[in-house]
Design a protein around this ligand. Sequence first.
Ligand SMILES: *[C@@H]1O[C@H](CO)[C@@H](O)[C@H](O)[C@H]1NC(C)=O
Ligand SMILES: *[C@@H]1O[C@H](CO)[C@@H](O)[C@H](O)[C@H]1NC(C)=O
Ligand SMILES: *[C@@H]1O[C@H](CO)[C@@H](O)[C@H](O)[C@H]1NC(C)=O
Length: 327
Amino acid sequence: MASKGILLFFTAIYIRTRNTNAAFVNVECQAENVGQYGQQSLLQCVVKTSQDVVDPEIRVVIWKKEGVEKQVKNNPLLLFNRGEIKLKPGYSFAEPSWNVRNMNVSLLITNTAVEQEGDYTCTVITNSGDSSSSTSLKVTAKYNKPTIHSNPETITVNTDVTLMCDSDGGYPKGQLRWFDENKTEWTKSSQMEAKLTESGLFHLSSKLSLLKGSIFTKYTCKVFNASGDKEEEATFEVQHATGSLGNFTATLSDLPASKIVAPVVVIGSLIVGLLVLLALLIYRKRSQQARRQSTTPLMGDHRGLPTRDYDDGDHQERDQTCQVSQA
Ligand SMILES: *[C@@H]1O[C@H](CO)[C@@H](O)[C@H](O)[C@H]1NC(C)=O
Ligand SMILES: *[C@@H]1O[C@H](CO)[C@@H](O)[C@H](O)[C@H]1NC(C)=O
Ligand SMILES: *[C@@H]1O[C@H](CO)[C@@H](O)[C@H](O)[C@H]1NC(C)=O
């Protein structure tokens, strides 16, 4: 019996010396975990044991967050000890019915918040040794579709305009970028501001100043996340309040009845005007013909038309005709 025990002891020593640096028990964690704001996050850690460890059993599990001194000492996020699990609200074992033989000691965060971003440590004590490892959590939140408004709200051809783009609910800090309808970027002419809101999420706002007479009519504001991927976008159409030229590019069917009536009235009065002018011209021509007839010698006596302006000429002509008749 004693010899068997001694043999086991020496075997153990042999294994230990053979794997000088290898631990019997090792907590292995995923280096980085990504969690979505408001969703569940998983901090993945599993206990790995060397082959010679038979029937490993977990005695203690401690999950704590780095940099929170008080909590580290007195109140970890998760503590399993003497067969009892103590949890802070919002944390639990990822495995729903975890037990001492389950080597998956991953931590589940039920409702991820920005302040939960950081480094975590998981410490495990087993019947065959203990180990500790760290893992980090990165939190992300998608930005909402941007909204754009102009200042002033009513744009005329002669005003300088500022476009304001806003997008919130995102994390980490993202970027707002401006493009015209020709896909040319205008971000360099804009100014962006990022504000942290109470929830720890960012509110981005960007100002783009347009000079009066700017040729583009559509501006798109796109929100990019921290890794430079586009998340959402919105487009603003610049409509000049007094830009009457624009009306005529629309087809008649697009226009409401009131807008059709006005051109009809205008065109109608133009036609009437032309007719009146034509009538006047015809009248004048006739009257000229009548006057010319009145200047012929034979019709002399019939001069009854108001041709006062030409009276002098008429007299001369008449004198001449008299002279001719006398000759
Ligand atoms: C640990 O358990 C969680 C929850 O069941 C699971 O999602 C995860 O994949 C497990 N990890 C490993 C390494 O098995
Ligand atoms: C849009 O881009 C095209 C080619 O890139 C260019 O020829 C055109 O002038 C641009 N339009 C405006 C309004 O700048
Ligand atoms: C940015 O968006 C891409 C695509 O949706 C996503 O894969 C990536 O994780 C996001 N990055 C961040 C920091 O949110």
